[in-house]
Design a protein around this ligand. Structure first.
Ligand code: BG6
Length: 524
C-alpha cells in the first residue's frame, strides 16, 4: 500500500518543527524488552521529562515478546535507570510522570494479529481524547525492520491525516551493503513516504557532532580556510578500549568497516566536508551531506588497512584476543580495526586526503577530528635555530572531554628565536553546565517535532554504502592472512602507520591529550 501525505499534512509537520513544541503523541516501541530501550530510549525519555520537553498528553506503548504486564515492565526499567544514573537519585516526580504513561503489550511483532491488536489499543487508549500522532520506534534487529513496516502498512497504522502524523524511527544497521540497503529502502518506501522515515545514526545525537555545523557556519574565521588551499589533510579517529563484549555473534558478520564507517565516520566526514546549506531546513542540510558522500572516490584496497586485536593490556587489565571472545570463531577473519585514506572529488577537497581509523581494544577511548593546515613557508626562519615549523591543527574532540583546540607556534621566551607548539583550548565543561544525556534525547525530541535534519535520508545511506562497496567486495574475496595484527591496548596495526608514512604524514597520538607528542601543558 502506498501512503501519501497531503500537502496540508506536510505543512502541519513543518509548522510544528518551526514551533519546536511537540504535539500530543503516542510512542510505540517495538523491542521494548531489549537493551536499546532500557539503556538508551527510556533514559532519554526520562531526561526529556526533566527538561520539560514532552507534551503533557504523551503515552508510551512497549511491544515485545516477553510475557509480562505493565506493572512488571516498569520496575525492570527502574532498575536499569538506577545503573544509568549512578550516584544520583532518580527524580521521582519525573520518573513517575513517565511510568504513569507507560503500557506494555506482550506480542510477537512477526504476527499480523499483533498489529490489529495494536490498532485497537491505539484507538482505545486515547478514548475521546484520542491521540492520533504516533511515533513507531523500531528498536529491534535489522531483520525485523522491513516486516514491521509492512505490517504497519497492512494494518493502516501509518496512514496520516491532516490532523495527525505517523512516523517511524529505524535503528542502525540500515542494511549490510549497498544491495541490502537499497532493498530495505525500497520495501520501506512502498509503505511510508520519505518524510515519515527517521533513520537513526546515534553519532548525530552527540552535541559535539551537531556543533560542527555551528563551528563552521556561525563563525567567520574558519570557512575562508576550509578548503584545499589551506588544509593539508583531515584525520578522523574513533578509538575504543572495549572489545566486542557480548556482541560476538553480530560482530563476526559485520566487522569494523560496516559497523563504523559508512554510518558514524561518514557522518563526521560529511559534517566536515559538506558545502554550506542554504538553510537549516532538513532537506537543505541532507542534500549537501549526500552530495559530499557521493563525491568520495572508490576506495582502492591499497588505501585501506584492516586489523584484528590480539591479546594485550588495556587500561592496566590483561585482555584476551578477539578470537577468544564469546561467539567468535577461533580462526575468525573479521576485522576489529580499519584505517582508510579517502579522496573527495570536488573543488573544495580535491587532493586533500581524509584519513579515517576506528578500532576496538585500542590504547584509549577517543573520537576526534583533526584538521591539519598547510605548513607556513619556512623562508623567514632559515637563518634561525628553528628546525621545523609544526603545522597548525584544529582538533575537534567529539568524546570524551568534549571541546576543541587549535595548536599553533609561539616564540619561546628568551633571546634566541625558539619556537614551541602551544594550544588554545575550549572545553565544554568550562563554559556550559553538564546536561544529563544518553545521546538520544535530541533525536527522539526531533522526531516528535518533525525535524529530520539529524536523520539519514534514503539517498544518504545509499551513497555511503556505495562508497565502501568495492572495498567490502575486495575484502570478502581476499581474506586477510596476517590477523591478529595489533596488540590490545596499542594504537593499531603498523600497516596503518605505513598508510600515512607513504604520504610523508603520521597519525596524531590517539590519547586526545597530546599535542605534538607532548602533554598539553595548559591542563592541570
Ligand atoms: C555502535 C557500534 O553503532 O557505535 C558499536 O555498533 C560502537 O560497535 C558504538 O561501540 C560506538 O558508539 P559511541 O557512541 O560509544 O562512540
Amino acid at each position: 500500500m502506498v501512503t501519501t501525505v497531503s500537502s496540508k499534512g506536510a505543512e502541519t509537520a513543518s509548522t510544528a518543527s518551526r514551533d519546536r513544541q511537540p504535539q500530543s503523541a503516542t510512542l510505540v516501541i517495538f523491542g521494548a524488552g531489549g537493551d536499546l530501550t532500557k539503556r538508551l530510549v527510556v533514559p532519554a525519555l526520562y531526561h526529556l521529562v526533566q527538561a520539560d520537553k514532552l507534551p503533557d498528553r504523551f503515552t508510551i506503548i512497549g511491544v515485545d515478546r516477553i510475557d509480562q504486564t505493565s506493572e512488571q515492565w516498569c520496575p525492570s526499567l527502574t532498575k536499569m535507570m538506577q545503573t544509568v544514573t549512578p550516584g544520583s537519585r532518580i527524580d521521582d516526580a519525573a520518573w513517575s510522570w513517565l511510568t504513569q504513561r507507560m503500557h506494555y503489550m506482550p506480542a510477537d511483532f512477526t504476527q499480523a494479529e499483533t498489529f490489529t491488536r495494536l490498532a485497537g489499543l491505539l484507538a482505545r487508549q486515547g478514548g475521546k481524547n484520542s491521540i492520533a500522532n504516533v511515533l513507531f520506534y523500531l528498536a529491534v534487529g535489522e531483520r525485523f525492520f522491513g516486516p514491521i513496516v509492512e505490517q504497519l502498512g497492512h494494518a493502516g497504522l501509518i496512514r496520516q491525516t491532516e490532523e495527525a502524523w505517523r512516523r517511524v524511527i529505524i535503528e542502525k544497521p540500515f542494511g549490510h551493503d549497498l544491495t541490502s540497503a537499497k532493498a530495505l529502502n525500497a520495501k520501506i518506501l512502498k509503505v511510508l513516504s520519505e518524510d515519515q522515515v527517521y533513520r537513526i545514526d546515534h553519532f548525530l545525537g552527540k552535541e559535539t557532532v551537531q556543533n560542527i555545523l555551528v563551528l563552521r557556519f556561525a563563525n567567520g574565521i574558519f570557512e575562508p580556510l576550509w578548503n584545499r588551499d589551506h588544509i593539508d589533510h583531515v584525520q578522523i579517529t574513533a578509538a575504543e578500549t572495549i572489545g566486542v563484549e557480548s556482541r560476538g555473534r553480530f560482530y563476526e558478520r559485520i566487522g569494523a568497516l560496516r559497523d563504523m564507517v559508512p554510518n558514524h565516520l561518514f557522518q563526521l566526514v560529511a559534517m566536515i566536508g559538506m558545502e554550506p546549506p542554504i538553510s537549516f531546513d532538513a532537506d537543505a542540510v541532507r542534500a549537501k551531506k549526500t552530495e559530499l558522500l557521493q563525491a568520495i572516490h572508490r576506495i582502492a584496497p591499497e588505501n585501506a588497512v584492516r586489523g584484528q586485536y590480539g591479546n594485550g593490556v588495556v587500561s592496566g587489565q590483561r585482555v584476551e584476543d578477539y578470537r577468544h571472545e564469546p561467539n567468535v570463531a577461533p580462526d575468525s577473519g573479521t576485522e576489529t580495526y580499519v584505517a582508510l585514506k579517502l579522496g573527495i572529488d570536488n573543488w573544495r577537497w580535491a587532493g586533500v586526503p581524509f584519513y579515517l581509523r576506528t578500532g576496538k581494544r585500542l590504547s584509549a577511548r577517543t573520537t576526534e577530528i583533526a584538521i591539519q593546515f598547510r605548513q607556513a613557508p619556512y623562508a623567514l626562519f632559515r637563518d634561525t635555530p628553528v628546525e621545523r615549523l609544526p603545522p597548525n591543527v584544529l582538533t575537534l574532540r567529539i568524546q570524551p572531554d568534549e571541546g576543541l583546540s587549535v595548536s599553533f607556534s609561539a616564540k619561546r621566551p628568551g633571546s634566541d628565536i625558539e619556537i614551541d607548539g602551544v594550544a588554545m583550548d575550549f572545553s565544554y565543561r568550562d563554559y556550559f553546565e553538564p546536561v544529563a544525556t544518553v545521546g538520544y534525547e535530541t533525536l527522539i525530541y526531533d522526531c516528535l517535532i518533525g525535524d529530520a535534519t539529524l536523520f539519514q535520508r534514503a539517498d544518504t545511506v545509499e551513497a555511503a554504502w556505495r562508497a565502501v562497496q568495492d572495498l567490502l567486495d575486495t575484502w570478502a574475496r581476499a581474506p586477510a592472512d596476517d590477523l591478529p595484527n595489533y596488540a590490545a591496548g596499542s594504537a593499531g596495526p603498523e600497516a596503518a602507520d605505513r598508510l600515512l608514512a607513504r604520504d610523508a604524514r603520521a597519525w596524531l597520538p590517539i590519547a586526545g591529550d597530546l599535542l605534538y607528542g607532548k602533554p598539553n601543558k595548559r591542563k592541570s
